[in-house]
Structures are given as C-alpha cells and as structure tokens.
Design a binder for this molecule. Structure first.
Ligand code: NAP
Ligand code: G4F
Length: 326
C-alpha cells in the first residue's frame, strides 16, 4: 500500500485528492493546523479512513515528526494562503505560508524522507501580466500580487531541490479550478452562492469587482488526477494544467444566474472597492504537454461546472430551509 501525505487536506483540492487516493487504495495522511474550532467540513465523510497530524507550514519542527513517522511515498503540498486579495492585506504572512512554507517542507523532506516524491501546488497567477496567450511551461512569469510572487518562489524552490538535491519534485502550474467545495470568497462560488440565496429570497444583490477579467476555469475533481499523474512518471517535471478555454467573470455571472432562471442585470452591482491594486487580466492555459505526457485532459465544460455549482448551492439552501421548518 502506497502512503501519501497531503498538506492542506482540509481545503478544496485536499478533499478531492484524499478521495482520489483512497480510491487508488493509498494510505492517506493529512497535515492539519490547529484552530480553536474544528475545520474538517470538507473531509468529514473521510474521517476514519485517513490519519490526521497536527502541523503548520510556519513551524518547521511540526513538519518533522509526520514525515519521519509516515515515511510517505508521495507528499502533496497543497497548503497555502490561497486568496489573492488577502495577499495585499497580509503580504508577509502570505510569503511565510506560501513561499517559505515550501522551503521548510522541501528541506524537511530532504533530511527525513528524500525518496518521497513531491508535488508543489503552483499557480497560473505566476504568469500574471502574461507575456503570451495561451500560457505554457515556457511562458515567463510576471506575478502581479504578493500571492503570485510567493507562488513563484515556491515553484523555483521546487525546481532547485530537483536539480541540486535530486528530489523527485514536480510543480503543477494549475489554472483556476472550482467545485461546489470552493471557498465562498472566490468569484465562482461567491456568485453561485449568491444566486442560490437570491433564488431562495435570502438576498437581493451581489456586489462584484472586475467583470471583464478572464480566467481558464476547470473542475477541481479533474485537476487532482493530474497532480497524481505527475508523480507516477519516470522522471519529475513541471506541467500546465488547464482547459485551454478562457471566459470572463461576466460570462460566469450570466450562466450562473440563468441556471436559476434569473436575469443577472437586476442583481449585480459593480463595487469599485472590490477592484484589485493590480489585476491579472487574462489567463488561458495550453495543456498540450500534460495531454501528451500524462494522458490527462479536462472532462467538465465551463458551463457544466457553473451549473453544477449553482445546483449544489440551491440544494444546500433548500435543505437548510427544510431543516429550519421541521
Ligand atoms: P484552499 O481551499 O484555500 O485550501 C488551502 C489549505 O491550506 C487549507 O487546508 C488550509 O488549512 C491550508 N493551510 C493554510 N495555511 C496553512 C499553514 N500555515 N499550515 C498548514 N496548512 C495551511 O485552497 P485550494 O483551492 O484547495 O488550493 C490548493 C492549493 O493549490 C493552494 O496552495 C493554492 O494556492 C493552489 N492553487 C489553487 C488553485 C485553484 O484554482 N483552486 C489554482 C492554482 C493553485 P485551513 O483549513 O486550516 O485554513
Ligand atoms: O476567484 P478569484 O478570487 O481567483 P484568482 O484571483 O484568479 O485566484 C485563484 O486562482 C489562482 C490560479 O490562477 C489560484 F492560484 C488562487 O489560489 C485562487 O484559487 O478571482 C478571479 C477573478 C479575478 O480577476 C477577480 O478580480 O474574478 C475577479 N473578480 C471580480 N469580482 C472577483 C470579484 N474575485 C473575487 N474573489 N471576488 C469578487 O467579488
């Protein structure tokens, strides 16, 4: 039985990856930071089948004992401060988690379990003010936010440990990926949650920032398979994972409201306070290398993804209304 350790197992991707690896009959270990209230809602259906350790990317000693005890075959580093606007409000904390956290983990792997294969959750935010469209593994990085800068550090740290210490270290340059488990701050879920609340009479408007920004949005369930595939290859490498399509926030909003039979123009208010100090205007990924070398491709279209999320949020508010009425 292979052993995998996931940092960030309580997050969107961590929960899908844990499910995926359990299906592949892995022994799954997760690193969870302490909080004053339990924060396991995305993985509560997996408790009993996974083993959790307390650990924090800010605290190197807390990384040592899980890695020493578990001796994992594979380590997936998904933990990060992952919300871009917060990275302008907390640039130092973001650098500590999202950049230096990678260095702490790589160094601990080098010392405790150098044969473990390592996956780093890199990001299309590294392309930032992108030099070309679409972006591939050779496109230069031009990050626009402290988050993008921190992810760029994590990417190059991964390459450096691969080249200098011969770790089997891979960097997945993932474009935006969403699901019904996405945090409600991110634009896709912010919109689908608001659509459901408006449809159920719980809200009357939705305040958004830049409607013209374009992203390459895929389904998180597809993207965790790509993470795993990278670690099953003969040699470590870096891969862009994307759908190859780009859509605006405006298109996302139109599809989401229409899925609930609503006209978005009656509810959406553009709020200038939600504009970013520096925007990433256009992301579109070229996943040719992943398709050719990993045999990976996305399976869920943009429209199906947004409709899936609206349906899940509508059902959730319906369940809450029923349980309140009972
Ligand atoms: P997410 O839902 O925000 O999850 C982030 C995870 O990191 C949570 O489990 C969080 O734990 C954990 N974490 C944060 N700080 C930590 C610390 N100091 N020590 C230990 N754990 C910590 O993010 P996601 O969408 O699943 O994304 C997973 C990874 O992929 C992230 O690194 C993200 O930056 C990257 N990424 C995401 C996308 C995307 O579109 N989703 C695209 C490219 C790259 P708590 O539950 O305790 O907060
Ligand atoms: O959903 P977002 O907050 O995602 P963003 O900034 O692209 O970052 C996500 O994807 C990255 C991969 O490219 C990850 F690395 C990162 O961890 C995260 O998962 O915003 C998407 C777009 C932006 O252009 C933003 O300006 O939506 C625009 N937007 C417009 N109104 C909004 C809003 N974003 C948010 N969060 N909230 C708004 O009200």
């Amino acid at each position: 039985m292979k052993r995998a350790l996931i940092t960030g197992i309580t997050g969107q991707d961590g929960s899908y990856l844990a499910e995926f690896l359990l299906q592949k009959e892995y022994a799954v270990f997760g690193m969870v930071r302490r909080s004053s209230t339990e924060n396991l809602s995305r993985i509560k259906h997996l408790l009993g089948r996974i083993t959790l350790f307390q650990g924090d990317l800010l605290d190197q000693p807390s990384l040592i004992s899980p890695l020493r005890e578990v001796q994992p075959d594979e380590v997936y580093n998904l933990a990060a401060q992952s919300f871009v606007p917060t990275s302008w409000e907390q640039p130092i904390a973001t650098t500590q988690y999202t950049a230096l956290g990678v260095a702490r983990l790589l160094e601990t792997i080098r010392l405790e379990c150098p044969h473990a294969r390592f996956y780093q959750a890199s990001s299309s935010e590294m392309f930032g003010k992108a030099a070309e469209v679409p972006q591939n593994e050779r496109t230069p990085f031009y990050p626009r936010s402290p988050y993008g800068v921190a992810k760029t550090y994590g990417h190059w740290a991964t390459v450096s440990y691969r080249e200098s210490h011969h770790l089997f270290a891979c960097s997945g340059i993932l474009f935006n990926h969403e699901s019904p488990r996405r945090g409600k701050d991110f634009v896709s879920r912010k919109v689908t949650d608001a659509v459901a609340r408006i449809a159920r009479g719980l809200a009357t408007e939705l305040r958004l920032g830049n409607l013209e920004a374009r992203r390459d949005w895929g389904y998180a369930g597809d993207y965790v398979e790509a993470m795993w595939l990278m670690l099953q290859q003969d040699s470590p490498d870096d891969y862009v994972i994307a759908t190859g399509e780009t859509h605006s926030v405006r298109e996302l909003v139109e599809i989401a409201f229409a899925a609930a039979g609503l006209d978005w123009k009656q509810y959406v208010v553009v709020d200038p306070t939600l504009l970013r100090p520096a925007e990433v205007e256009l992301l579109q990924g070229d996943y040719t290398k992943a398709r050719r070398q990993l045999g990976w491709k996305p399976t869920v279209s943009f429209r199906d993804l947004i409709e899936m999320m609206v349906k899940a949020d509508l059902e959730q508010y319906q369940r809450s209304a029923k349980s309140e009425a009972a």
